[in-house]
Ligand binder design. Structure first.
Ligand SMILES: [Zn+2]
Length: 246
């Protein structure tokens, strides 16, 4: 590790949760961010600043004015030119950390494309805006025995859960598409602090997994406006159609 790198990550290495060995693991880790909007943009930035070695940025969408209040990587100029999110995110993130290898991919995640899009990474971060797409990622990650971290935002509430290569999956928690707030309404309400908080917990879970911790089998559900955070236990469903025998 160079002295510049030592200095860059000095405060993070001081944390007993990471230390020199944890930082070295992050440097060789590769992740995919599925969706580079509000949660995905914050999450990608935190991963790049944390020193994760390779970050794949997957998004088919373009920047719009209605994105700017919550999508931290984009500017008015990007909205003016309807810039592609994946490419713009890669450009911004390179300015933050030239040591991270960034791989923008402009495409939509579908059941047909998902296995290729997520291949070769150690972990996937959910920056998606529909539950249907999250189920596609959940199923693909389970097939590939790859961990992923769910993050949902609805108004001022956040939900975050890490799923490992074994143990419960998203469908154990929600076998069918759940309530409307996270089910893919086209323009749901969002307080702009919620995606930042969701991404902070999501990337914390990712840092834990990438440095050797086990998934917690918990969903964190917080209401920023009311100032509450709950831990919901997730148990594996033996009848789950993806990870059980259902
Ligand atoms: Zn399951």
């Amino acid at each position: 590790m160079t002295s510049k790198a030592d200095d860059r990550y000095a405060r993070q290495i001081l944390s007993p949760h990471l230390g020199e060995s944890g930082q070295a693991k992050l440097a060789t880790a590769s992740i995919a961010v599925a969706g580079c909007g509000a949660v995905g943009g914050h999450a990608a930035m935190l991963c790049v600043r944390a020193g994760i070695g390779r970050v794949r940025l997957i998004d088919h969408d373009r920047v719009e004015w209605s994105n700017l209040h919550r999508q931290i990587l984009y500017t008015e100029a990007d909205a003016q030119t309807t810039a592609l999110k994946a490419e713009t995110a890669a450009h911004r993130l390179t300015e933050i950390n030239t040591e991270t290898e960034l791989e923008p991919i402009v495409t939509k995640i579908t059941p047909e494309t998902v296995d290729d899009l997520l291949s070769g990474v150690d972990l996937v971060l959910d920056g998606l805006d529909t539950m249907a797409a999250r189920y596609v990622v959940n199923d693909a990650c389970r097939r590939a025995e790859r961990p992923w971290v769910y993050a949902g935002v609805d108004g001022a509430t956040i939900s975050v859960a890490a799923f490992g290569p074994a143990g419960p999956c998203l469908r154990c928690l929600w076998p069918e598409l759940p309530h409307s707030g996270e089910s893919g309404m086209t323009r749901p309400a969002v307080i702009n602090t919620a995606p930042a908080a969701a991404a902070a917990q999501q990337v914390t879970e990712a840092l834990r997994l990438l440095t050797g911790c086990e998934p917690r089998r918990l969903m964190f559900r917080g209401d920023l406006w009311n100032g509450t955070m709950n831990r919901i236990e997730i148990t594996q469903d033996p009848e789950c159609t993806v990870c059980g025998g259902g």
